[in-house]
Design a protein around this ligand. Structure first.
Ligand code: CA
Length: 445
């Protein structure tokens, strides 16, 4: 018999914390079998030489991939760190009081580098297509390592100040030896919950060819200084179905959520140039919410959301409707604007821009289509209906990414988007995909 070991990997399962020294503890991990392996063996090793260990209830299960729940134990309902891992080898994980003062949250401490913190290996085999969209949401708070238990705010409107900036969610993928590191979700407003400093973190991400059916995918929190501990709860990653009749996610800021809306940075590291805040009342009155763009250093600053690129097919027609307000930045009172101005004059009303990035057809890599309101009246003290439309051409259809922007009013004016930014369209698509499940779960109790 010839023994051939072609591949060996370590540290595939770790102890779920907190450790209980008086009973059995869960050792748990997630790994993918190497391709074309005939047999796989696993070992439990590296405990100290002078100790015995006892193993029971060992199981090895094929890992489920649920497109509606790609993060597992994201709310720490299972009261241990099962499924969770770290980015960085020496980060400590533990449990603390959860969001809303109930249940558990996951805390990462002793972070030696600002990119280190909580992480999870995820199985994306059930979201296999290039262009499939993932929606990230979660709750996050910070504490100074020197003052555990006391919320310490970060500044979501800076990246250059590394002492106080917030963490973002990043996604690492490895596919055929190609590695990608992408910022996939951010805290976009300073609206943290009064209870204990919980921020909302959110983002949309389109899988690129290096990410769809990746060999390995891990999400992690990266950004805040090592002086802080990072605490997360209610973390979710969902696959968004293709739905070209409702192109914009969270168009109405339901329950005061700014999810999936971000400032109009061309790059997220360029975030010292404006701010976003939830605004009330929204267009539906008291108890309704809107989103305000303020403290803008240039007329091009505003808000944006990434759209499903696959909906931009040549010949498709979309209408866009929304409700806008325009406010004086200093006093907050309503401003008039000239609905007849179809350029950025300083007196123009808010408009919508469709931006295509990395476009293959036509003369330029970027497309900027500014779309003006077809309504002609403007009421300075209330929300104003906005309506416009466009048809997709070959150039826009060829772009790698498509964004919607609300921007281009003067600095000194704040744009408020209330009660939605809706796209309507007549054709419906269906999407079929095959499911491959080859990620395994190792669980022992
Ligand atoms: Ca929880």
């Amino acid at each position: 018999m010839i023994l051939v070991t072609s591949w060996e990997d370590h540290d595939k399962a770790v102890l779920a914390r907190p450790y209980n020294h008086s009973s059995f503890n869960l050792v748990h991990g997630i790994f993918r079998l190497p391709p074309n392996s005939v047999r796989a063996f696993f070992e439990i090793e590296r405990s100290p030489d002078n100790q015995d260990f006892i193993v029971d209830n060992v199981s090895l299960k094929r890992m489920v991939c649920d497109p509606n729940k790609l993060i597992l134990n994201g709310d720490l309902t299972e009261p241990n760190t099962k499924y969770w891992d770290t980015w960085g080898g020496t980060v400590s994980l533990g449990l603390v009081t959860g969001y809303g003062g109930t249940g558990q949250a996951l805390k990462a401490s002793t972070r030696p580098h600002l990119s280190h913190g909580p992480a999870q290996i995820i199985n994306t085999d059930c979201v296999p297509n290039v262009g499939d969209r993932l929606a990230f949401t979660g709750k996050i708070r910070f504490e100074k390592s020197s003052l555990p238990g006391v919320a310490a705010p970060c500044n979501p409107f800076t990246w250059s100040d590394s002492k106080i900036r917030c963490s973002d969610i990043w996604m690492f993928t490895s596919k055929n030896g190609v590695h990608e590191y992408n910022r996939v979700a951010m805290i976009s407003t300073n609206d943290f919950d009064a209870d204990n400093g919980w921020y909302s973190i959110h983002g949309l991400w389109l899988l690129n060819p290096n990410q769809a059916l990746a060999d390995f995918t891990k999400v992690y929190l990266d950004g805040i200084s090592t002086a802080y501990d990072v605490i997360i709860d209610n973390m979710q990653i969902k696959h968004l179905p293709l739905q070209c009749d409702t192109l914009v996610e969270n168009p109405s800021f339901i329950n005061g959520s700014a999810s999936y809306w971000h400032a109009t940075y061309l790059d997220a590291i360029d975030r010292d140039r404006m701010k976003l805040k939830i605004y009330s009342p929204g267009a539906g009155g008291g108890g309704d919410f809107a989103l305000r763009a303020y403290d803008r250093d240039h007329s091009s600053r505003g808000m944006r959301q990434q759209l499903d690129k696959r909906c931009f097919v040549t010949g498709e027609e979309y209408t866009i409707s929304a409700k806008f307000r325009l406010l004086n930045s200093t006093s907050g009172i309503g401003l008039t604007c000239n609905t007849n101005d179809r350029t950025v004059t300083g007196k123009n009303c808010p408009s919508v821009m469709i931006q295509g990035e990395e476009c293959a057809v036509g003369g330029s890599r970027y497309i900027w289509w500014r779309l003006w309101n077809t309504r002609t009246a403007w009421q300075k003290d209330s929300y104003n209906d906005f309506s416009t439309g466009f048809q997709v051409n070959d150039a826009l259809a060829s772009c790698l990414n498509v964004w919607v922007y609300v921007n281009e009013v003067s600095t000194g004016q704040d744009i408020v988007v209330g009660k939605g930014l809706y796209f309507c369209h007549s054709t419906h698509f269906s999407l079929a995909y095959s499911v491959h499940l080859i990620t395994l779960l190792l669980s022992s109790l």
